[in-house]
Design a binder for this molecule. Structure first.
Ligand SMILES: NC(=O)C1=CN([C@@H]2O[C@H](COP(=O)(O)OP(=O)(O)OC[C@H]3O[C@@H](n4cnc5c(N)ncnc54)[C@H](OP(=O)(O)O)[C@@H]3O)[C@@H](O)[C@H]2O)C=CC1
Ligand SMILES: O=C(O)[C@@H]1CCC=N1
Length: 274
């Protein structure tokens, strides 16, 4: 299978690395990437073909993965508009709607339809990502299987029932690592304030998140039950959770995720106007 990536940045690098580890052949992968340094790095690290702009070889693919920033997408697709021959197209861009991508990719009056919208996250860099996917109804079972296999190279996958859910996926798991890093930063700050040096505070914070996530993933108990098991009556955890509840922490986090979801929809509407 020949797969071309449009954009060779963070996420494309993560996907390509994961795919090679899962047995995809480097000879089948190409990248169209503007930056010379990024092209050299991809070619040297992975042995994939990296070119500055689409040529016949880059266009002659079975699958095209769109991995440029949402704001860069329309201009990046302009050189190939109307030049695809039924390839499966997988977009990992936040916010961008399938109808707009199809319009930008197709010829006037003939939008490209074989599209899958995906949202991975940066733990994909170490094969620990989670990706939400939604396929246009025109994509057949083989196309869905191909998209699922590519994204499964960097972690787990979850199919969405409706395209609107992709903005929710973006807000929960796409942006989610940033919320967790922010939590780690806060826990580390707390450790510093209580006398630990940076290395010690960071170790305590990171290993706590790592261990708790692994326990949640491997336990039959729901996270709320696991939380209760840490919380002794009249103990230390109860004091901390009461402080978080008084600050409205839970509702604030829900509101933050809702703000991210709204921004995804707004981005799609804004960029899709053109
Ligand atoms: N970062 C994240 O956590 C996640 C990001 N995403 C999505 O993935 C996509 C890529 O993000 P990310 O990898 O972080 O972004 P990057 O900026 O790291 O990668 C995009 C790359 O595409 C290059 N590029 C821009 N325009 C063109 C063009 N016309 N032709 C070829 N190459 C081009 C950029 O070059 P230059 O730098 O010179 O502009 C850059 O190297 C985005 O749409 C984002 O929404 C999805 C999930 C998570
Ligand atoms: O912040 C963003 O827009 C991208 C999408 C999800 C994670 N990063």
């Amino acid at each position: 299978m020949k797969i071309t990536f449009l954009g060779g940045g963070n996420m494309a690098t993560a996907l390509i690395g994961g795919m090679l580890e899962r047995g995809f052949a480097a000879a089948g992968l190409q990248v169209v990437e503007l930056g010379e340094a990024a092209r050299c790095a991809l070619a040297q690290r992975f042995g994939v073909r990296a070119v500055e702009s689409f040529d016949d070889a880059a266009l002659a693919c079975d699958v095209l993965v769109l991995a440029v920033k949402p704001q860069q997408m329309k201009a990046a697709l302009a050189p190939i508009a109307g030049r695809l021959c039924g390839q499966l197209v997988i977009s990992i861009a936040a916010g961008l709607r399938l109808a707009d991508l199809g319009r930008w990719l197709g010829a006037p009056g003939a939008p490209h339809a074989r599209l899958v919208r995906c949202m991975p996250n940066t733990p994909a860099l170490i094969g620990a990502g989670v990706t939400g996917l939604y396929a246009d109804p025109s994509v057949d079972a083989a196309g869905r299987e191909t998209a699922g296999r590519i994204l499964a190279a960097v972690g787990s996958t979850v199919w969405a029932d409706a395209e609107a859910q992709m903005d929710a996926v973006t807000a929960i798991s796409g942006s989610g690592p940033a919320y967790v890093f922010h939590f780690i930063e806060a826990l580390e700050s707390a450790g510093r304030s209580l006398g630990f040096d940076e290395a010690g505070a960071r170790r305590l914070a990171i290993d706590t998140v790592l261990g708790a996530a692994k326990l949640a993933a491997n336990s039959a108990d729901a996270p709320a039950v696991l939380r209760q098991k840490v919380t002794s009556k009249g103990g230390t955890t109860e004091a901390a959770l009461a402080s978080l509840a008084a600050a409205g922490w839970h509702d604030e986090l829900v509101a933050a995720v809702q703000a991210a979801e709204a921004r995804g929809r707004e981005l799609g509407a804004e960029l899709g106007k053109d």
